[in-house]
Ligand binder design. Sequence first.
Ligand SMILES: NC(=O)C1=CN([C@@H]2O[C@H](COP(=O)(O)OP(=O)(O)OC[C@H]3O[C@@H](n4cnc5c(N)ncnc54)[C@H](O)[C@@H]3O)[C@@H](O)[C@H]2O)[C@H](O)CC1
Ligand code: K
Length: 502
Amino acid sequence: MLNAPVSHYLFTAAQSRDIDEQTINEIGIEGFTLMEIAGYSASQQILNIYPELSHGIYLCGKGNNAGDALVIARYLIQHDINASIVFLSGMDGLSPDTHKNFELLKKFDPENKISIYDSWDDFSGQASFDFIIDGMLGTGLDSNLRGDYQKAVQWANQQSVPVFSIDIPTGLHADLGEIMGKVIKADHTFTFGGRKQGFYLQDGPLHTGQVTYCELPFPNELKTSCNTFLIDESWVSEHQSSLGVHKYDTGVLYIIAGSEGLTGAAVMAAKSAWAEGLGAVFLVCPRGLLSVYEHNLPSIIKKPVGEQSDTCFSEAHLPDVRQIVGEKQGAVLLGPGLGRKEETVRFVIDFLSQNNRKTVIDADALWALAQSQKWKEFEEKQWILTPHPGELARLLEQDVKKDYQRLNLVRNFSAEHNVTTLSKGMPGIVSTKNGDSYLTNYDTRYFARAGSGDVLAGKISAYLALDYSPEYSCAQALLNGKKKLFTYLDTNRDLPEPTDFI
Ligand SMILES: NC(=O)C1=CN([C@@H]2O[C@H](COP(=O)(O)OP(=O)(O)OC[C@H]3O[C@@H](n4cnc5c(N)ncnc54)[C@H](O)[C@@H]3O)[C@@H](O)[C@H]2O)[C@H](O)CC1
Ligand SMILES: [K+]
């Protein structure tokens, strides 16, 4: 199981507002108190990251997002950091807590460290400042940015000082990650009570800068509606490979892969799985390809099926393949380089119709699934499907253009068909049978490339063979790929080869 800490829960705007409201109305912690904690914790983060600041521009709307910004200003002026406060919607309609904080702030300013502007026009690009606080809009954004908000965003994005967004970069849709007319490009986003899912979808990753989660006193019981989580290395701990007594105790994997012209895919997947320290990896292959594997895969046990003339899988191989896979407890990887011949498609579907093994279904096996609806009726499905964008579109029988749409479709698909799905893309999305989804914070489209996908499938199935849960197996394989990708990019300018991921 994967148990994300609350710091990695991803909320929609509606969920955030609900939790806010329930904490205020049912638990009895006042909104003013929440605002104080939010603003205080962001102010301390800012002082830590940039200890030398001297003058900030505070771009404020009229909602509670602006109130958070005013609390920050109050703490920072105590550190001799001046403030220019620009109210884009004027000072009259401020929300009650924001108004209260505005009054408080003025009392903290006997030395006139604060300048106040009651409209965008009133503020004429200040003399000198060294940071910008974006307190214009948070979860209250309800449409494309209006009027002066657009101008302020455009101006802020042209300044060469750090921009700190309060809760959400103004103009970013908290659920969809889409740009609402214009959006702040933040260097840091301090997000309160929970990360917002839009940070990791569509345009989100390019606009949040570094995201810092700031805790608010929301009871965890109020967060149980959350079903989207961020995968990262801070909490998905690397698996410990415990070497068993007998080699077959430490994970057995059967790989059913390869066809003439596509043996490389089988080789990559097998090497990748073997590198994770499994007890045994068996490569089931058409007999005509055996010599290729004898040459390339010395550590892997080959299990040829069929005749010397066979170079792809067909129904004729089913009895032998079933018998081989039935010999020892283990997982199955089905797909890399199988090819798309009709007899191979039939082989895949028939194999899956009577297969009770935990199985990763990748590449050409996904092609086979998309050719036939039969699999939807199969009862025993301990499957992980690993589609890249093209494969996903074929499985769903529709084009998927937006990340938010992809998140929902993959979530529903996985629940409806009782499978785990890893949808490659930016972000990678892992959805489980019970409707939970996990997003990566890095681009996994690289794994859609030939070769890299085979390596990823090898890793996922290796972890599955080591008896980890399907979602953990996917998350760990993705993080493993991320680590290797970033290590590689640290020292190289070009993109890594698939072998660099093994
Ligand atoms: N409620 C709490 O106790 C806490 C809230 N926190 C912070 O508050 C914001 C959410 O505040 P809210 O007042 O609901 O909304 P906003 O400040 O985002 O703004 C609403 C305000 O803006 C107008 N508006 C909406 N869309 C647009 C637009 N496209 N263009 C211009 N103006 C727009 C709308 O009419 C409203 O008047 C949350 O994000 C937190 O930052 C704290 O975290 C503490 C607890
Ligand atoms: K904001």
